[in-house]
Design a protein around this ligand. Sequence first.
Ligand code: SF4
Ligand code: SF4
Length: 395
Amino acid sequence: MKEARPIAVTLNLDAPAGDWLRLREEIRAAASSLGIDKIGFALADPFLTLKDRLIQRRENGYDCGFEEKDIDKRTHPELLFDAPLSIIAIAVAYPTRLPDPPRSEPGASRGIMARSAWGLDYHTVLRDRLGKLEAYIRERIPEARMESMVDTGALSDRAVAERAGIGFAGKNCSIITPEFGSYVYLGEMITNLPFAPDEPLEDGCGDCTLCLDACPTSAFVKPGVLDANRCLSFLTQSKDEIPDEFKDKMGNRLYGCDTCQIVCPKNKGMNWTHHEELAPDPELVKPLLEPLLTIGNREFKEKFGSGAAAWRGKKPIQRNALLGLGKFRDRKALPLVAQVLAEDPRPDIRATAVWALERMGGPEALEALDRAVLHDSEELVRKRAAESLARLKSE
Ligand code: SF4
Ligand code: SF4
């Protein structure tokens, strides 16, 4: 039998196609030793279908404002990288279950961080994996040029992952891998290397509509099209007051929303615990709500700074904590919420405290709202307090 030709120690860019195929498979085989759970290869052609979709989204007002503004940059790899030939997509799977979750109890209400914010910030984790992959490739191809991107890069991680066969695009807008479900972090690297592409996967949703039906705010305009302005995941990260329509639906979500992934049958039983740095600290992913209201900047940074949920600072999380306390009608927290209304310098936070107090009700809440109507420095807060007061009194 003819022996397989050994993989060259280093490749030149003009090496024959067979060498590139062998190297591609060598990289794939090495992925898990680099801490990567799935790897796929795609051509670096423009993403023209995505471009049409993004233009349509913007025209319809479905953007959330966090995305790269320049649609050309998001869809044309050649604008980000000189003469790109391929994009390597990677996926790293994350845990979904707390081994011993602390319970939310009356007087000790807890919030919840979405799974994508458990453990070390996934940007840090993916950067580490892409760095290792770059080093691995450079050792074999000294002429390689590579540029890695994670979430904050211009390209759409999901579009790249879909093209590279990492997973299919679910109706819930997640990339769903057959091996790990949609509980994967995605990153990519544009290269000048002529890797042959992998095949995209077939759509796997079929007739299922569980995610669309389960969304608490009906944020899906249609399968695969999300109105980000209605999505709780984006709203938890916004810095302003949450619109009234969504306040109650926020529940105890402090950061992100997992509902449309939890209900997905493709995620059944998926819980990936093999990356140590992604292991959740139960007290951080289900923190007590009350202490969050008065947490200082330094303590916030110490506790949450290494996780993905801290990127917008403490204000959105404190606002969400107020909504959670209101939702739970946690009356033990009422004196502190009243103090927030009386003393917090941020009008959006005080307006949210008004909502929480109205939910809690009772003479102390009435008293706190009365004070705000008379003394708050912001018209918006006085107005909110007066409306809440009127509703409570009419009850
Ligand atoms: Fe709806 Fe939550 Fe999914 Fe957003 S993340 S679409 S709010 S279920
Ligand atoms: Fe697709 Fe059903 Fe999963 Fe939604 S819940 S992404 S429709 S399989």
